[in-house]
Design a protein. Structure first.
Length: 414
């Protein structure tokens, strides 16, 4: 009876279990903790910026919505067009225009204004002409008291002129804080004056900021009747306008009736501009902010990925001997690839978690300091660590491929 030939024993194929992969990954990261922390720092900054940028965008967008509702949606402008023959009608606004529009339900303040036409010699200075004081060419605005009230001024010193000054044609003025600093007007206790050409105006108020019509901060604002007495009224070249501040939700209704209230016989003499639709306006603004900040966050993530890839590649070069030994003991190329991908992915995920926490804290602290309501979408918090993981894995692809190509015999020579 012939003996059956024995089959040659096949070498057992090496395997890498998930448990062994995780333990090797943890050992590789903890072997050089300082380097691992610095490697993850790029992802921390990238993901942290990603979360902070998106959170601050959502938070500021809610503030923009509030700002639009409070200011833009409550402002109506009326322009004197003069009708079909504007050359024969310099000023269509009646003398009691403020009172007529103010009688409409929902109007808070309303006032007529126009830029005064000055001669080239009429410079604004803090001293009379001929005293050596250098003047500057500054816009002078004639305004009724309602204009300043509708603009919502924040006074640094003094007050705005009122109906008494306007009725008597007093030589008083309100100026912005920037213009006051250039003219050397630092206090109102000495009743300082500014000169527009040869005409002196006592400064009764210095405005630090306004809610509407910001160009008033760069102008010398004088009563309407005073401007008419000195320089004349508006003309066809510089026509008058009216600024109306309304209650929230009443702007469009007031815009539809303002022209009739001013002149029932000739409403066509006025062009009324209602506020824009706040939904479309804030939608455009927030969309632009989202695109800009998303681009910034993407750049930060790319920088973090480059940092992980660079450090992982250096680690592969330094651990060439270790890789060769593993290959000589039976580790396959894909095992080496998985090991380094697991390390880079773990560093990315860890950086993503830390970055998410730091970004969230940044949004909350910024909102608290600005007295805002912090807004962070749950999807952002969930997606940020995943973005860190994906960033780490992508960053480790090339170094892991390089590690898998290391030949055992060549590696053991190092």
């Amino acid at each position: 009876m012939r003996a059956l030939p024995r089959r040659a024993a096949r070498p057992e194929r090496s395997r890498l279990s998930a448990r062994d992969l995780l333990s090797e990954c943890a050992a590789g990261i903890l072997q050089r903790p300082a380097r691992s922390a610095l490697t993850a720092l790029g992802t921390v900054l990238g993901v942290g910026t990603f979360v902070a940028v998106l959170g601050l965008t959502a938070t500021t967008s809610s503030q923009i919505d509030s700002r639009f509702n409070e200011l833009t949606a409550t402002e109506v402008t009326v322009e004197d067009t003069g009708g079909d023959r504007p050359e024969y009608l310099d000023n269509a606004f009646p003398a009691d225009a403020d009172r007529r529009v103010g009688a409409l339900n929902g109007v808070r303040e309303a006032g007529v204004y126009w830029p005064v036409r000055l001669s080239p010699e009429d410079l604004v200075s803090a001293a009379p002409p001929g005293t050596g004081s250098e003047g500057e060419r500054t816009q002078v605005v004639a305004a009724s008291p309602g204009t300043l009230a509708a603009a919502g001024p924040v006074l640094e010193q003094g007050r705005t002129f009122d109906a008494y000054h306007d009725r008597r044609g007093e030589n008083v003025a309100v100026i912005g804080s920037g213009l006051a600093a250039r003219l050397g007007v630092t206090t109102l206790e000495t009743a300082p004056a500014v000169f527009v050409g040869n005409h002196a105006f006592t400064v009764v108020g210095i405005v630090e900021d306004v809610e509407r019509k910001a160009d008033l901060l760069l102008s010398v604002v004088v009563p309407r009747t005073t401007a008419e007495r000195i320089w004349g009224g508006p003309d066809s070249g510089e026509r008058a306008k009216m600024l109306i501040a309304t209650d929230l939700g009443a702007a469009r209704q007031i815009a539809s009736g303002a022209a009739l209230a001013l002149d029932p016989a000739h409403p066509e003499h006025f062009k009324v501009t209602p506020p824009p639709d706040p939904r479309s306006l804030r939608g455009n603004v927030t969309s632009d902010l989202d695109e800009l900040f998303m681009l910034l966050a993407g750049v930060c993530l790319v920088i973090g990925a480059v940092g992980i890839a660079n450090t992982t590649l250096v680690a592969v070069l330094e651990r060439t001997g270790e890789i060769g030994l593993r290959r000589a003991l039976g580790a396959r190329g894909r095992h080496i690839t998985l090991q380094f991908l697991a390390e880079s992915g773990a560093l990315g995920a860890l950086g993503g978690l830390v970055g998410t926490s730091l970004g969230t804290v940044t949004v909350v602290v910024t909102a608290v300091l600005r007295d805002w309501t912090p807004v962070i979408h749950p999807a952002t918090v969930v997606a940020a660590p995943a973005a860190g993981l994906v960033t780490g894995v992508l960053a480790g692809l090339y170094p892991a491929w390089r590690a898998s190509r290391v030949q055992p015999a060549e590696a053991l020579r190092h």
